[in-house]
Design a protein around this ligand. Structure first.
Ligand SMILES: Nc1ncnc2c1ncn2[C@@H]1O[C@H](COP(=O)(O)OP(=O)(O)O)[C@@H](O)[C@H]1O
Ligand SMILES: [Mg+2]
Length: 217
């Protein structure tokens, strides 16, 4: 469950203050999925970064499953971020590592020595079993993003934040990727917030929110 209230965020640029997010309220019930739309520059990525604990709000409150992010110190924030899955437009795979190593890398950093219990199931569900020893450049865009999804889901996150994950994919692969992503998150009762420019892809979501000039329409 995500509860955002009166969230504001500004950037300061040579003494000038730019208000990016203006008094936003947002409530996402347990396991619900939200598609986030809005023009370029409307603040979508900024909002995801605040939910991820990567940026601090200027004012307002952000609660994730009852945890107020505002009051957390750096160590507590780092622990919080381990339970968040991030998915990016450009996949952000490490080119010198195999698919298997890419999926496991972050888990091994965060939870050294612990078995990644979801690994086999995720690899099977995402159709990656035959690709585990391939390098990223040997995969199609859709396959690379499925690796990105496996990596994001491996730590059993409470929340997945996806920033235009289909921005580099054709229509067919976009639908495949979003079908898989929403299905896996529903099965695991994970909140999902996905930024997209595609009106068609919003059909897979419980709620659609449109950001415009720092506010929801
Ligand atoms: N690192 C940054 N430094 C300064 N301004 C930024 C930075 N990142 C984003 N902005 C500005 O903040 C506003 C919102 O950006 P962003 O959240 O990336 O929008 P969106 O993802 O909707 O395109 C834009 O005006 C953008 O130029
Ligand atoms: Mg963006």
């Amino acid at each position: 469950m995500i509860e955002v209230s009166r969230l504001s965020f500004s950037r300061h640029d040579g003494g000038e203050k730019h208000r990016i997010l203006k008094d936003l309220d947002l409530e996402i019930p347990k396991a619900q999925h939200v598609a986030l739309l809005g023009d370029s520059g409307s603040g979508k990525t900024t909002l995801l970064h605040i939910l991820a604990g990567l940026l601090k709000p200027e004012s307002g409150s952000v609660k994730i499953n009852g945890l107020e992010l505002n009051g957390l110190n750096d160590k507590a924030l780092a622990l919080y971020r381990r339970k968040i899955g991030l998915i990016f437009q450009h996949y952000q795979l490490l080119e010198c590592l195999t698919v298997k190593q890419n999926i496991l890398f972050q888990h091994q950093l965060n939870f050294a020595g612990q078995t990644a219990v979801q690994f086999d199931e995720l690899v099977a569900q995402l159709g990656l079993r035959d690709k585990l020893h391939a390098l990223p450049h040997q995969l199609s865009g859709g396959e690379q993003q499925r690796v990105g999804i496996a990596r994001a889901m491996l730590n059993q996150p409470q929340l997945i934040l996806a920033d235009e994950p289909t921005g580099n994919l054709d229509q067919k692969r976009s639908h495949q990727v979003v079908t898989l992503l929403t299905k896996l998150c529903k099965e695991r009762q994970i909140n999902l917030v996905m930024v997209t420019h595609s009106q068609q892809l919003t059909d897979y979501f419980d709620t659609v929110k449109v950001l415009s000039d720092g506010r929801f329409e």
